[in-house]
Design a protein around this ligand. Structure first.
Ligand code: FVH
Length: 285
């Protein structure tokens, strides 16, 4: 028999997770604060979180925020359970939750879902995990029905760090794309052909330089591939000037201009984009 699984939280993502467990033949028990969510799922519905947790050795938690995880799990005996927390969290929140869960008798595995609900169970989805390695390995097969598992270390906060890093990159990318679409829109040009013919190919080509930037960070700088930071800082004023002239708030662009100017002021004008990474560190970082 497949491992019985409990899913706490039947929001958009919890529902997708429960559906994937069900489809793979795992006896699935669910609990949601508001009863009656996702009535189409043929699952066992527990009246309380405690009752749901008691039903399975593997408990997957997917609630809105970290506070809700704590308030849901607090006071419940978790002896012998593996708690896999897929709620978006900061690394410190994940570590604190791991401590509480461990004190209540369970093994903790933190996670970060790199997918939207419709991607769950499909080939492009992956999920970061970190925490107790034996607990992760014991349940690797069950967790694999959700998405490709990527175990990143024993520190329970590491999955959250990877998750937040990728989400940060995503928002930077979408922020840049949204600014571009806003500019194009000022001349009443349609978004779709601009996106398909120009925006997507350009961003895809630029993403190709990421491995070189990463290599420079790991091994020290190589060459600037013809695009040094002094040149980029000089050209950047044209970006903000054009925004202002077209009536578009440059709020999403300005931080990059500030960083480029900081690099030049620090004597790194002849360096490559990789040099900006070090300039982001705060004294505590
Ligand atoms: N959906 C997505 O695209 C992203 C993909 C990557 C991962 N995130 C994270 O997944 C967590 C859950 O997200 P979700 O999409 O399921 O969110 P909602 O549909 O809004 O459902 C929220 C569930 O949380 C329950 N809940 C809220 N507050 C409480 C509380 N105080 N106590 C107990 N449960 C609570 C809520 O229950 P109810 O409102 O139906 O009673 C839903 O089950 C999240 O961390 C994402 O960042 C999703």
């Amino acid at each position: 028999m497949k491992t019985p699984v409990t899913v706490l939280g039947l929001g958009a993502m919890g529902t997708a997770l429960a559906r994937a467990f069900l489809a793979a033949g795992h006896p699935t028990t669910v609990w949601n604060r508001t009863p009656g969510r996702s009535p189409e799922l043929d699952v066992v519905r527990a009246a309380t979180a405690g009752e749901a947790i008691a039903a399975s050795p593997l408990v997957v938690v997917c609630l809105l925020v970290d506070d809700t995880v704590r308030s849901t799990l607090d006071g419940i005996d978790l002896t012998g359970k593996t708690i896999v927390n897929l709620t978006n969290s900061t690394p410190d929140q994940a570590r604190a939750t791991a401590e509480r869960v461990t004190a209540a008798g369970a093994q903790y595995v933190g996670g970060g879902i790199m997918a939207v609900p419709a991607m769950i169970g499909g080939p492009a989805a992956f999920i970061f995990y970190s925490g107790v390695p034996e607990a992760f390995e014991e349940h690797r097969a069950a967790l694999s029905v959700l998405a490709r598992p990527e175990y990143v270390g024993t520190d329970p906060g590491l999955a959250a760090l990877h998750d937040i890093a990728l989400l940060s990159a995503m928002y930077g990318m979408f922020g840049g794309a949204q600014h571009a679409l806003a500019l194009i829109g000022t001349e009443n040009l349609p978004a779709e052909p601009f996106t398909e013919r120009f925006l997507l190919p350009w961003l895809t080509a630029m993403l190709g330089s990421l491995p070189r930037i990463a290599k420079d960070l790991d091994n020290g700088p190589s060459d600037t591939a013809g695009s040094n930071l002094a040149m980029q800082a000089a050209a950047f004023d044209n970006l903000t000037d054009t925004s202002n002239a077209q009536g578009i708030d440059p709020m999403l662009l300005e931080p990059m201009g500030t960083l480029l100017r900081k690099a030049v002021a620090a004597g790194r004008g002849d360096a490559d984009l990789a040099a900006l990474v070090g300039l982001l560190r705060t004294p505590a970082g």
